[in-house]
Design a protein around this ligand. Structure first.
Ligand SMILES: Cc1cc2nc3c(=O)[nH]c(=O)nc-3n(C[C@H](O)[C@H](O)[C@H](O)COP(=O)(O)OP(=O)(O)OC[C@H]3O[C@@H](n4cnc5c(N)ncnc54)[C@H](O)[C@@H]3O)c2cc1C
Length: 431
């Protein structure tokens, strides 16, 4: 116990995964330090609304979060009515007995999911270091740094409106290539966005089409003073729960994202809690994570392939048929459910999807490597600098942070780290 107190667990990344891990560790009275590179939480987001999907479990998702030890003291709004539009923009209204999803806000503001989790982590006694990017991390660190690559983006507008609360989604090949566009209105605030999961460079015409279409479909919708926002995710990469250096990966950093529609928040928090619980109870995290997440992930990959390859008419028919029936959450749960066949198929599909992520493995796979984003395998050769992986590892152990992170020459602009970064490195480089 004494050793644990002298040697806090490091968590890197204050998104839902990292914060859930931090809360779990701190509540178990484990000393924990959380490093977040931005000055506040939720900087990857902009006050946009996101949905906590309510179909991946039997229990209501808010109850599931509570049973994971996460208080639901953030602002939320359940939606049990959603209007879907097919590729001919024909509406189909889904009314559900339990909310299909709960909207939450993301970003640094007071009532967001991110701020609420931060508050819980602080209240539980965790040491939170904001504005502290970690470039290296040792064994036992929980890495929850979010997506490393982008194969899906969401772009849209945030604005104020007098319209009542409502939710709409359009499934259309040019308005939302490979995905869907959505309009969410809650308490006078609106998020209008399109998700682009194919042909990412075509996002601008897709966004323009989404905005025009929603303005035609929803009487009274105006985008005056709208602010543009955007974000990205890695939907199709491989999962990795631990590495040679003994670090644990959670959330999108572990490759955990819903390949079909991009609903990653619940899994991010579940994986963060599981990683922390594994450290607390001395259990093998990677094995538990594979058990809990891999089959569902495989099902998502198969569903994505089906979604992309289905003829438009079939998709339209399925959307209208499914939306009109009761118990949509229950049927989506079955749609998401893993099966041995999906797990087998996913292996083949993953190889095809892999190319779209342009995911070249640049890690060096040295057990001594401490780079969070491996700079050992493809380092430039600074004049008079280190040429070998071993040499660079020696430099890291000696606490030479200027040599890690972005491959820049020492002395060049941006080639050194500031005090905060060095502090983060110092605490993360522990013999
Ligand atoms: C526009 C958009 C809309 C979305 N909508 C939904 C939705 O409706 N429902 C849903 O479930 N999901 C949605 N998602 C996905 C969801 O937001 C993510 O799956 C979820 O945030 C992943 O959580 P995470 O903790 O793994 O990573 P993140 O939320 O990305 O958090 C990672 C954190 O790590 C920090 N970090 C990174 N590197 C370092 C470093 N070296 N040192 C210190 N800190 C570091 C980052 O700054 C960041 O704060 C959406 C995503 C986007 C982009």
């Amino acid at each position: 116990m004494k050793r644990q107190q002298a040697d806090p667990t490091t968590v890197v990344g204050a998104g839902p995964a990292g914060l859930a891990a931090t809360i779990t560790l701190a509540r178990a009275e484990r000393p924990v330090q959380l490093f977040e590179r931005h000055e506040s939480v939720g900087q990857r987001f902009h006050g946009d609304m996101q949905g906590l999907e309510n179909w991946s479990g039997d229990e209501d998702v808010l109850d599931r979060l509570r049973s994971l030890g996460i208080a639901t003291d953030f602002a939320w709004r359940g939606f049990d009515e959603v209007t879907f539009y097919d590729s001919r923009l024909r509406p189909a209204i889904a009314r559900t007995k339990r909310p299909l999803f709960y909207l939450v806000r993301r970003g640094p503001e007071a009532d967001t999911l991110d701020s609420a989790l931060l508050r819980q982590a602080r209240d539980a006694g965790a040491e939170i270091r904001l504005g502290a990017p970690a470039l290296v991390a040792g064994p036992g660190t929980i890495v929850a740094t979010g997506p490393r690559k982008a194969d899906g983006i969401a772009v849209g507008y945030l604005f104020r409106t007098d319209l009542p609360d409502q939710a709409h989604a359009i499934v259309h090949p040019t308005i939302a290539p490979g995905a869907y566009a959505y309009l969410l209105i809650w308490d006078g605030r609106a998020t209008l966005a399109t998700c682009v999961f194919r042909d990412l460079k075509g996002w601008k015409p897709a966004l323009d089409a989404a905005a025009d279409t929603f303005m035609r479909l929803v009487p009274g919708l105006r985008l005056d003073d709208a602010r543009r926002f955007g974000g990205y995710g890695a939907l199709l990469g491989r999962t990795r729960y631990s590495d040679e250096s003994g670090r644990l990966y959670a959330g999108e950093a572990a490759g955990l994202q819903d390949a079909e529609w991009g609903f990653g928040m619940v899994t991010a928090m579940r994986s963060g809690v599981l990683a922390a619980d594994s450290l607390i109870n001395g259990r093998e995290y990677a094995e538990r994570a594979r058990h809990d997440f891999d089959a569902a992930r495989a099902a998502g990959l198969v569903n994505r392939a089906v979604w992309e390859r289905s003829p438009r008419r079939l998709m339209d028919g399925a959307l209208r048929f499914e939306a009109g029936r009761g118990d949509l959450p229950g049927r989506l749960q079955r749609h998401w459910a893993p099966s041995p066949m999906k797990s087998i198929l996913a292996r083949t599909l993953l190889a095809g999807f892999h190319d779209r992520l342009h995911d070249v493995d640049r890690t060096c796979h040295e057990t001594s490597c401490r780079c969070l984003r491996c700079a050992c395998a493809d380092v430039p050769r600074p004049e008079g600098g280190l040429r070998t992986v071993e040499g660079r590892h020696a430099a890291l152990r000696a606490g030479w942070p200027a040599m890690i992170g972005r491959p820049r020459r020492p002395g060049a602009p941006g080639g050194t780290t500031d005090a905060t970064t060095a502090g983060a490195n110092a605490s993360a480089i522990r013999p």
